[in-house]
Design a protein around this ligand. Structure first.
Ligand SMILES: Nc1ncnc2c1ncn2[C@@H]1O[C@H](COP(=O)(O)OP(=O)(O)O)[C@@H](O)[C@H]1O
Ligand SMILES: CC(=O)N[C@@H](CCC(=O)OP(=O)(O)O)C(=O)O
Length: 289
């Protein structure tokens, strides 16, 4: 395709998305390479410059895991959620709020846009309560597991985001929430992004991760388009496992609540974010109602 054709293919999308809100979830597995992370940030800044309201929610699971291991702690997950004791919560806050959030804000500044870093604690953005015990099947026995300081989001107050977006900032959000007594809770970043997209009435939710999209059981094919009911069946059938569970559930919640489409895209391939948004074929999985 000629270079001018590439630009012309993007034009109707740029027109359609102008002034619309897009929530981009940057997964920890899509941030392991500094150069790739920079590419993603460049894409996000470009979206801002073509007139979209861009909100970034980031994870950092692999870095939290690495820090825990370095401190002699064994990470454990239930359905993609990290069991979080007090020390783990402190590690998660240090990594997510202290390190990753700050790093992304600086990268955006380097790319010529303005960002403000937040966690769910700021401006009561994410109010949560401690998550109920989770049922886990071990062999034939079903057990109940306490996930510790892990939160279930009860309320989202997007006011602070509206203020920042109106002033042209890109809000960058770390997935830590606050409970009604002022205590912090660890939130899965996919869930946080989906709740924020829903509360903002976003046009799109884009999940950047380390796979090309939602795949079938033997991982031989990608689903480029999924409907809500198909995604439900895939979860019931156990085709979706681990970290993909909160991701797809989040996308389903968002789409079920009015977000037009939710996308799962490989963030480790250069400029995939732009290709998913501005080309006819797209590159990942698009979930719609
Ligand atoms: N059906 C599926 N299709 C694609 N990926 C899946 C599926 N089920 C589970 N996964 C896993 O989900 C992972 C992405 O989730 P996660 O590790 O939490 O990423 P992130 O850190 O980007 O949020 C993939 O690397 C893949 O191993
Ligand atoms: C409760 C819970 O699981 N919280 C996550 C928060 C970070 C996250 O979700 O990071 P990714 O997007 O990279 O997976 C965790 O501790 O890993």
């Amino acid at each position: 395709m000629k270079r001018e054709d590439v630009l012309m293919e993007a034009l109707p999308y740029i027109q359609k998305f102008h002034g619309k809100t897009i929530v981009i979830k940057l997964g920890g597995h899509a941030m392991v390479d500094a150069q790739i992370l920079e590419t993603v940030i460049q894409d996000a800044v470009l979206l801002r410059y073509v007139g979209m309201n861009v909100v970034l929610v980031h994870g950092g699971g692999p870095e939290i895991t690495a820090k825990m291991k370095a401190m002699g702690k064994e990470p454990k997950f239930v359905a993609g959620l990290r069991i979080t004791d007090h020390e783990t919560l402190e590690i998660a806050q240090m990594v997510l709020v202290g390190k990753i959030n700050d790093g992304i804000v600086s990268l955006i500044a380097n790319c010529g846009a303005r960002a403000v870093g937040l966690s769910g604690n700021d401006g009561n953005l994410l109010i949560a309560r401690k998550m109920d015990l989770q049922k886990v099947r071990v062999g034939d026995v079903e057990q109940e597991v306490d996930l510790g300081h892990v939160g279930e989001i009860e309320e989202v107050d997007p006011e602070i985001l509206h203020c920042l977006l109106e002033q042209g900032y890109i809000p960058v959000i770390a997935p830590i929430a606050i409970d009604r007594l002022g205590k912090s809770l660890n939130i899965n970043a996919d869930t946080a992004a989906a709740e924020i997209a829903t509360a903002l009435g976003a046009f799109k939710l884009i999940n950047l991760t380390d796979v090309d999209g939602v795949m079938n059981a033997d991982r031989s094919r990608i689903y480029h388009r999924l409907k809500l009911h198909e995604a439900e069946v895939m979860i019931e059938d156990g085709i979706i496992v681990g970290g993909m569970i909160p991701k797809l559930l989040g996308c389903m919640k968002a789409v079920g609540s009015g977000v037009t489409s939710a996308h799962i895209v490989n963030g480790n391939r250069g400029h995939n974010l732009l290709l998913e948004l501005f080309t006819d074929e797209g590159v990942g999985t698009m979930l719609s109602a």
